[in-house]
Design a protein around this ligand. Structure first.
Ligand SMILES: O=C1O[C@H](COP(=O)(O)O)[C@@H](O)[C@H](O)[C@H]1O
Length: 266
């Protein structure tokens, strides 16, 4: 359990939010490149890719610090639905449509780590999770002693029920300690079959950013930040496990009515 508090940032609208998300992501990128010449990031689906694309496809000020070096990015999925990669419910397809397909050639192409469709076709969600975990192991576990992958950045959404990745409230997966990637076969939000990074993997990341926008999120954000009853919600568990490694990027409607004792400044 972390002793520090997450940072909660709020901006007037998603345009301003995206303008601030950009330097945050690029700071994470630049620190990662200085450390190991690669940037390993996990990305969510839902409303996140649209905001992320706004942030990353904006014009650079020309400095190396303000330039995404996509050829050094390894993009993984924080969660993925067990559907073909060209299915409308695929988080990969969403990211491709919103961001990947729009990256100018001069910025280079990231290495993408999508799910293996073979196990979607045969309907084996556990195998899908296991194979994705093996892909993570190949990328992160140079030594067998590595217990958990350490992402440079994980970008998360928060559903109106407080779920994040495909970790849903009250689910036994929230107690998973060993697996890096888990199968969810009865998701309360369709589609029912998914895979997800587990909580220990999420909280082990060096940087974790939530993006939550719109009035539809205000009740759950109030529960997460201001109410004790919200403590066991998946998104709140990320806050408790990772403390000030977590930054929330919100717009005003999403945080209406929240007391702001822990608001940080970028
Ligand atoms: O089903 C999912 O939902 C969450 C939250 O989505 P949002 O639209 O409320 O931002 C998302 O983070 C996750 O990747 C996705 O599979």
């Amino acid at each position: 359990m972390a002793t520090s508090q997450p940072n909660l940032y709020s901006f007037p609208d998603t345009e301003t939010l995206a303008k601030q998300l950009r330097p945050y992501v690029l700071r994470c990128q630049n620190a990662a490149l200085a450390r190991h010449n690669t940037f390993r990031v996990a990305v969510s689906g839902g409303s996140l890719p649209v905001v992320l694309a706004k942030a990353l496809l904006a014009n650079s000020n020309g400095s190396p610090e303000d330039t995404p070096q996509f050829s050094k990015w390894h993009i993984f999925f924080a969660d993925e639905r067990a559907v073909p990669l060209d299915d409308k419910d695929s988080n990969y397809l969403l990211l491709k449509d919103e961001l990947l397909s729009k990256i100018p050639a001069e910025l280079g192409a990231p290495t993408i780590h999508p799910i293996d469709e073979k196990h979607v076709r045969d309907g084996d969600t556990q195998a899908l999770a296991d194979v994705y975990q093996e892909a993570l192991m190949r990328s992160f576990a140079a030594k067998e002693s590595v217990k958990l992958p350490v992402f440079d950045l994980i970008l998360l959404g928060c559903g109106p029920d407080g779920h994040t990745c495909s970790l849903f409230p009250g689910h036994e997966l929230l107690r998973e300690k060993d697996a890096w990637v888990a199968a969810e076969t009865e998701s309360p939000k369709p589609p029912s079959k998914r895979i997800t990074l587990t909580l220990p993997v999420v909280t082990s990341a060096l940087n974790i950013a939530f993006v939550a926008t719109g009035g539809g999120k205000k009740e759950i954000l109030k529960a997460i930040f201001d109410n004790d009853e919200g403590r066991s919600l998946p998104s709140a568990l990320v806050n408790h496990g990772a403390g000030d490694k977590v930054s929330w990027f919100t717009d005003r409607p999403a945080v209406e009515g929240i007391a702001f004792p822990r608001r940080g400044s970028l």
